[in-house]
Design a protein around this ligand. Structure first.
Ligand SMILES: O=CC(=O)O
Length: 396
């Protein structure tokens, strides 16, 4: 009952744009307990994320230190997740509790009058919860929405900003784990890992009766569409496989960044599509990238090529993809993201054997979710303390 009440606050909105520019050159704000200036300390994030020039990822995000305060003194944070996280959020509660008074949606709805005054921040744990006007109107002291994750297409940035509320995201914390899932999908699809597993466990099949062959990733051409921090990390990994790396991006990376991973810029996405054996989509979802890969683009790809998507489902026209896979216009696809998530059980994509689909697990690692929470906490505290905000996302 309470759950369904909470859900009534969350209703779908049209896809919206919005993405931080993944800037890395920020100084971590001096962290003090909220409202008090103690233990001020600045940490240059470039020291922490110095794996390569221009990279914005890192492995050592650590939550800021806060003076121990009584719970009532701490700013309230409303925890917004849609459930189904199997205790993950509970594990993050201890981290959040060091800096905030945690308020669940259930507590908020039970005692709206008192709670609404306390809530200064909303922590969004999954990329599905929707923050609507009704919720914002009921939180007069809200200053920041700390999104745990890089993609903010589930948030109506213009509407949120009209309430004077800031939105932040966590581009650094997600970079490695998301790049890893891209590599995992590419390798799994190339070597038909899922089919291999099915054969190995099937009682009906002779163990070695594999009547098909995979393809090799080594020395193949990888085309990366979207060379932000995740795309760049994919390139770093692909280099170890001696891959020829092409990329297409709104903005060309610096020469030294290209050289560091041996990546070649394709001004036209068409050139990348025509030349690549593996095409990996790593763009954020915006109105410009909605259905970026459709029938025409799939038609430009080699019949031996594989499409990998680790960004958002809606950047690919799924009907066109079904048709392309059915008609062998391309060899295969490997998707960590779909539209919607999960796909309805009778969706034609689930009936194909030249596809691998994982349930949006790019950041589903012990390390990533912790780093995401820590990065989100740092962002939210910076807003509440009036300090420079490491990763603010602006409406376009
Ligand atoms: O999907 C994951 C993210 O947006 O970081």
């Amino acid at each position: 009952m309470l759950r369904s009440k909470a859900f009534s606050l969350l209703k779908p909105i049209p896809l919206m744009s919005g993405q931080s520019n993944l800037a890395y050159k920020f100084i971590r704000p001096a962290i003090a307990s909220h409202g008090h200036c103690c233990h001020r300390r600045s940490v240059d994030y470039r020291q922490r994320y110095k794996t390569h020039p221009g990279s914005a990822g890192g492995r050592t995000i650590s939550a800021p230190q806060t003076k121990v305060m009584a719970e009532e003194e701490l700013p309230g944070v409303l925890i917004l997740d849609i459930g189904g996280t199997h205790g993950v959020l509970e594990n993050l509660a201890a981290l959040l509790k060091k800096h905030f008074r945690l308020i669940t949606m259930k507590e908020f709805l039970q005692n709206k009058k008192e709670m609404s005054k306390k809530i200064q921040a909303v922590f969004v744990f999954e990329c599905r919860p929707i923050i609507d006007r009704e919720l914002l109107e009921s939180l007069p002291n809200l200053k920041v929405i700390g999104n745990s994750g890089v993609g903010v297409d589930h948030l109506d940035l213009k509407m949120i900003s009209s309430f004077g509320v800031k939105v932040t995201n966590t581009p650094h914390a997600v970079a490695d784990s998301t790049a890893d899932i891209g590599m995992a999908l590419m390798l799994a699809s190339a070597r038909r890992l899922v089919e291999g597993c099915q054969i190995a466990v099937s009682p009906d099949t002779k163990y070695f009766a594999v009547d098909w062959l995979g393809v090799e990733v080594t020395r193949a051409t990888l085309g990366i569409i979207g060379m932000g921090s995740i795309g760049y990390r994919v390139a770093q990994r692909a280099r170890a496989f001696d891959m020829r790396i092409l990329y297409h991006n709104r903005n060309r990376r610096r020469k030294e960044e290209e050289e560091a991973v041996g990546a070649h810029y394709c001004e036209k996405m068409e050139d990348l599509l025509q030349q690549s054996d593996f095409v990996m989509v790593v763009v954020s979802l915006t109105p410009e990238t909605h259905k970026l890969i459709g029938k025409k683009e799939l038609g430009l790809m080699k019949p031996t090529a594989t499409l990998i998507n680790i960004s958002r489902g809606a950047v690919i026209d799924q009907d066109a993809l079904v048709e392309a896979l059915q008609n062998k216009v391309i060899r295969a696809a490997a998707l960590d993201v779909t539209y919607p998530e999960p796909l309805p059980r009778d969706h034609p994509l689930l009936k194909l054997n030249n596809i691998i689909i994982t349930p949006h697990i790019g950041t589903a690692t012990v390390q990533a979710i912790r780093m995401m929470a820590e990065e989100a906490i740092t962002n939210m505290l910076a807003v509440l303390n009036g300090q420079p905000i490491p990763s603010e996302v602006f409406p376009k």
